[in-house]
Structures are given as C-alpha cells and as structure tokens.
Write a protein that binds this ligand. Structure first.
Ligand code: DC
Length: 232
C-alpha cells in the first residue's frame, strides 16, 4: 500500500467501549500510527492534580489555564509495546494516568476550551502523513471532520463498567464494581453535556455497539469497514 492510499481513521465513543484496544489493533494491522488522545487529557489532569490545582472539592481552572504553556506533552513510540507512550514534561506518565483518581478528574479538565484548543492543535499536526488511527471523543467531529473513516463505539454502561472492573482487578487494583460503574456513568454525563466539543456521533460516523461482541469480533467488524473504505 503506498502513502496515497493511507487514510485517517477516527474512533470516538463512550468510555470503556474498547476504543483504544480496537485502535491499537487496527493500527498494527495496517501499519498506521495510533494516537490515544484520552491519554493527553489524562496527562493534563495528572499535572493539575500534582500541582494541587484540582481535587474532589475544588478546581482552580484559571490556575491551570495560566500553566498551559508549562505543559509539554509528547508521544513516543515504544517498539516493545507497539504503541506510543505519553510523556509529560519529559516524564513517562503512562503508569499514573489510568488510575481511578485521574479518571475521576479528567472529564472536568477536558471541559476547558483553552485546554481542548491546545491539544486539538497538537493532534491535527500528527496527521500530516495520513496513516493514522486516533481515538477520543471529538476526533470525527472536531479534530478530523474530513477523516475518511469514522467509527462511533457504544455499549451498555453496565457492560463497560464490568470490562473496566475486570481490567483493574486483573491489574491488582482493589475496587468495587459500583465505584467503576459510577465513574463510567458520571463521565458519560460530563462528556456528553459539556459546552465545548461534547461527545456526539458525527453524522457520517458508523456506529458499532459491541455490548455483545468480544475484542476479536469488534476488530473483525471494524476491519470490514476499513477494507470497504480502502477499496472504494
Ligand atoms: O478515552 P479516555 O477514557 O482515556 O479519555 C479520558 C477523558 O478525556 C474522557 O473522560 C473524556 C476526555 N477526552 C476528551 O474530552 N476528548 C478526547 N478527544 C479524548 C478524551
């Protein structure tokens, strides 16, 4: 496949629908670059937490906005892992940003327009060579409205919480299923109701409800759409 055949694949959808697992798998299969934009918002939330700008009871939005020029995000491909890891001001923060603490703060941080503007600009610059699979909430609507293929992932909240719960407990995290479900539903609410770039399905996106599909089945369905698009 030559460069001119390469496309942009935008994957949006609700949290814990397996977007990043699918995006990684597609990128590997196609030899494309995978970009996890959620990791970028999570890294900014992690920065805000470390600086004491946000906790359960307060959020110093202005403080975080004025610190934006001190936040340098960098994605570096790790060949062993097969995907890019995120660095915040030179520090690899991959292992910190998936915690429930960061998950509980990230949607608030992602609702700030100044932050979205900065991250969207950085994301748009990554598409110069096409051949990219990017996942997030606003990729098909805001970041790449011209993407050749847009997938929109959904699944029931209970199903998604169950998956996230299993993933966390498999990784040795002690947590109640109800806590995970509460995080999933509250993030759904914040992500879909925020003023700036709320999570919505783009008109030309293809919806995939994978409540009753496993990882391989989801990949097969998505790959069918990719092939259709590449052959059209
Ligand atoms: O995909 P994720 O769960 O890692 O994303 C973390 C949070 O970041 C999610 O609650 C919404 C926000 N986000 C966003 O607003 N826009 C994106 N493009 C990606 C993530």
């Amino acid at each position: 496949m030559n460069n001119s055949n390469k496309i942009i694949i935008a994957i949006d959808g609700y949290s814990s629908t397996g977007k990043s697992t699918l995006a990684k798998h597609l990128a590997k299969e196609l030899g494309y670059v995978y970009v996890d934009t959620g990791a970028m918002y999570r890294a900014v939330a992690y920065y805000a937490m470390k600086q004491g700008l946000i906790d359960e009871n307060h959020f110093d939005k202005e403080g975080l906005i004025s610190d934006l020029n001190k936040i340098d995000l960098n994605l570096q491909f790790n060949a062993k892992l097969g995907y890019a890891e995120i660095f915040l001001n030179g520090e690899n923060v991959e292992s910190f940003i998936r915690s429930i603490e960061v998950s509980n703060m990230v949607s608030k941080v992602a609702s700030i327009s100044e932050i979205r503007e900065k991250l969207v600009e950085q994301q748009q610059k990554m598409s110069l060579d096409k051949g990219i699979v990017m996942d997030g909430r606003d990729i098909g609507t805001v970041v790449f409205p011209e993407a050749e293929l847009k997938l929109f992932m959904t699944a029931s909240a209970e199903n998604r919480a169950q998956r996230r719960f299993k993933e966390m407990t498999d990784n040795g995290v002690q947590i109640q299923y109800e806590t995970v479900l509460e995080n999933v539903t509250s993030r759904d609410h914040l992500d879909t109701t925020r003023d700036d770039s709320p999570l919505v399905k783009a008109d030309d996106a293809i919806e995939i409800d994978n409540s009753d599909m496993n990882v391989d089945q989801t990949f097969e369905v998505a790959m069918r759409y990719v092939k259709e698009r590449l052959n059209s």
